[in-house]
Write a protein that binds this ligand. Structure first.
Ligand SMILES: Cc1cc2nc3c(=O)[nH]c(=O)nc-3n(C[C@H](O)[C@H](O)[C@H](O)COP(=O)(O)OP(=O)(O)OC[C@H]3O[C@@H](n4cnc5c(N)ncnc54)[C@H](O)[C@@H]3O)c2cc1C
Length: 404
């Protein structure tokens, strides 16, 4: 007999666990969370540093403690968490069904609703076209954190490539391992994290240089150094024994793609409406799958809200019918949600990201009518929020872009 449930949540990161706890709190019936790893908690499980949990638990926690607290809350509320279980396919013809693999083999499960919360990943060295030798010691932050979780230090004097929040997570992980990064470099002309966060490398005595790229990696067996091209075009050799590569995030959207859900070219994740519904109204999405990459607290809070809409959808009470789609215009990398439905509350804000650091006027065009908002400074790795447009007026295509 095929197992059934009310809601199947795929991914036990902060988003999936937040949604599971909220759904149970709202009486959503049988809620199952499946997680391919052997422990729940998602990315924070590997982040041995703080701060996590202020928004969720009003305490400062390290990543693993935060991950455990989220999983405990979901379990205490009555959600079932299945570890070591991977969803390998979603069937959408007729009733929803998924194929699950675990060490007991392949099984099928029929949920009434699915919440995709599969997170994001960093692009690898190969995907970023980093040339040079292929020695040991080149890792992205996720891999570095998995090593750290096992108490393994892959290097002592690494170079950190990237300057967004995850690069700072990498820096803290190195420090936790007793490694002393030699430098933090950013290819763009300015750091991607907010200036207030960039005190951290300074505090730890790690120089930060922007407008710098790696031209070559030296070392046959292990990394021995790199050749850097500096902002003024000159070159320098820098000795280091590893490279921690961060950034260039891409949503873990292979399941959504294979299931034939509409994918947004801007985010690389599924297109959603302001209730979190994908192009199949029975399948919702939350967390960093929607927007690479936000903090754990943001993903948690957003998934809690979307879980509220999912609970309402179980009794078929969410409004239907797209009245507008939202598109990124000049200078904007993506907008979430991408579809708007008239009626009901839903998410109250659109989330935007810029393609490049820019200062300009944010312009919205709808049915040929143009509205310009205030001048804004936008940065590629920083979220900007705009109120969802008034849909009594809006319709068709809403385009949001930047003008000088
Ligand atoms: C390397 C790295 C470091 C980061 N450091 C920080 C930090 O220090 N602080 C911070 O606030 N944020 C950090 N972030 C951002 C982080 O992604 C979010 O904080 C948060 O983890 C997002 O939650 P999520 O639930 O959307 O996704 P995730 O935490 O990524 O969880 C998704 C889960 O889905 C599971 N999954 C995926 N596909 C399947 C499948 N088919 N079947 C079953 N399970 C599946 C994955 O195994 C994973 O556990 C970091 C991100 C990265 C990539």
């Amino acid at each position: 007999m095929i197992e059934v449930c009310d809601v199947l949540i795929i991914g036990a990161g902060p988003a999936g666990l937040a949604a599971a706890a909220r759904l149970k709190q709202l009486g959503a019936g049988r809620v199952i969370v499946v997680e391919r790893e052997t422990a729940a908690g998602g990315v924070p499980r590997h982040c041995r540093h703080s701060p996590f949990g202020m928004r969720e638990f009003r305490r400062v926690l390290g990543g693993p403690a935060y991950a455990r607290a989220l999983a405990e809350r979901a379990t205490n509320m009555g959600a079932e968490i299945r570890l070591g279980t991977t969803v390998v396919g979603i069937e959408r013809n007729g009733d929803l069904a998924v194929a699950l693999t675990s060490d007991t083999g392949v099984r099928r499960l029929k949920p009434k609703r699915i919440l995709l919360a599969t997170g994001t990943r960093e692009k690898t060295r190969a995907a970023r076209f980093l040339t040079g030798d292929r020695p040991l010691g080149i890792l992205n932050t996720g891999a570095l954190q998995s090593y750290a979780e096992k108490g393994l230090a892959p290097f002592r004097r690494p170079l950190i490539l990237g300057s967004e929040l995850v690069a700072l997570s990498s820096l803290l992980t190195c420090r936790g391992l007793g490694a002393r990064p030699v430098m933090m470099i950013e290819e763009r002309p300015a750091p991607l994290a907010r200036a207030s966060f960039m005190f951290l490398p300074r505090l730890l005595g790690v120089p930060v240089r922007c407008g710098v790229r790696i031209a070559d990696i030296h070392g046959q067996k292990r990394v021995e150094g790199v050749r850097l091209v500096l902002a003024d075009g000159s070159e320098m050799d820098l000795a280091c024994d590893g490279i921690a590569i961060s950034g260039h995030f891409t949503p873990e959207a292979s399941l959504a793609r294979a299931a034939g859900l509409e994918i947004d070219p801007g985010t690389g994740g599924p297109v959603i409406d302001q209730f979190g519904r994908t192009s199949d109204a029975r399948i919702f999405a939350a967390g960093n799958l929607l927007h690479p990459v936000e903090t754990a607290g943001w993903c948690w809070a957003e998934a809690r809200r979307l879980a509220g809409f999912l609970a309402i959808s179980l009794s078929d009470q969410l409004p239907e019918g797209t009245v507008a789609s939202v598109h990124p215009g000049p200078g904007i990398a993506y907008v979430v949600p991408q579809r708007l439905v008239r009626g009901g509350t839903g998410l109250k804000q659109l989330q935007l990201r810029a393609t490049e650091p820019v200062r300009g006027r944010l312009a919205t065009e709808d049915k040929g009518k143009r509205t310009l908002s205030r001048r804004r400074a936008l940065f590629p790795e920083r979220r900007l929020l705009l109120p969802v447009p008034d849909l009594t007026q809006a319709g068709g295509n809403i385009v949001i872009g930047i003008e000088d």
